[in-house]
Ligand binder design. Structure first.
Ligand code: SAM
Length: 235
């Protein structure tokens, strides 16, 4: 079992924070930007209720929602890793409608936020790192408005066997070496990545966890041959 204790995860992301964006875009050949853009298209802002991006890291999904809503909707971006948030905050101050985005330091398992507040509660590549997945999903559901959407974008296992074999090899052998060489962190963040993806539920199995958290009409949409998947449920 991968060690997902809060202190380990926080320290690991703290060590790679300065290079996180560069490595994300490099290792995914910029496809990660398309995945977030597509998430915002599939789960668009409506009305004026706020949006919450959990495990926001350096804030890319929160900033995608800020652009899409053109400042009409307050965005709250939460993470428990201070160095990641600090970079997100800097990016936020340079964005158009910067006054509409707020970064808060919070654990996804104990959100200091009221029930039924947000029209969209989203998380990109973060839920897999939360020590207690079900608790994280219950918190997402709790703070979502009735009728609002919970959206989870996460890595998954490609289903087409030849691609699955090639991608599995790249993901386990090539990506950790490049990541480790460039990020130079002690906690092996780029070995943690394939290990944590390998043991995290995907497809129907993760949909079931969203249902258990109290969501309905849960659907999933594989992206880029199933490397990533977007899960959406309604409260
Ligand atoms: C892989 S990064 C994803 C960042 C961003 N959402 C993105 O799309 O690039 C995972 C983030 O989840 C955060 N995280 C992990 N567990 C958390 C928890 N229990 N509460 C809050 N943030 C958490 C980490 O600090 C890290 O910034």
């Amino acid at each position: 079992m991968v060690d997902k204790s809060g202190s380990r995860v926080r320290q690991m992301f703290g060590e790679i924070a300065g290079r996180y964006d560069l490595l994300n875009h490099l290792l995914s050949l910029n496809v990660d930007k398309y995945w977030r853009w597509w998430t915002v298209r599939q789960v668009p802002p409506t009305g004026d209720a706020p949006i919450l991006d959990l495990c926001t890291g350096t804030g890319d999904l929160a900033l995608a929602y800020l652009r899409a809503s053109q400042g009409r909707v307050p965005i709250v971006a939460a993470d428990f890793c201070h160095p990641m948030l600090a970079i997100g905050r800097q990016k936020g101050t340079r964005a158009a409608h910067a006054e509409q985005i707020t970064f808060i330091e919070a654990d996804a398992q104990h959100l200091p936020l009221p029930d039924d507040k947000f029209q969209i509660v989203c998380v990109a590549f973060g839920l897999r790192n939360v020590a207690d997945t079900d608790r994280g999903l219950r918190e997402m559901t709790r703070v979502c408005r009735p009728g609002g959407k919970v959206a989870v974008l996460e890595f998954s296992q490609p289903s087409w066997p030849p691609f699955r074999a090639f991608y599995g090899w790249y993901f386990r052998n090539v990506l950790p070496r490049i990541g480790q060489a460039l990020a130079r962190n002690r906690l092996d963040a780029y070995n943690y990545l394939p290990e944590s993806v390998g043991e995290f539920p995907c497809g129907e199995a993760l949909c079931e966890r969203l249902r258990l958290a109290g969501l309905r009409d849960v659907k999933y949409h594989p992206l880029t041959f199933g490397i990533a998947t977007l899960y959406v449920g309604t409260k």
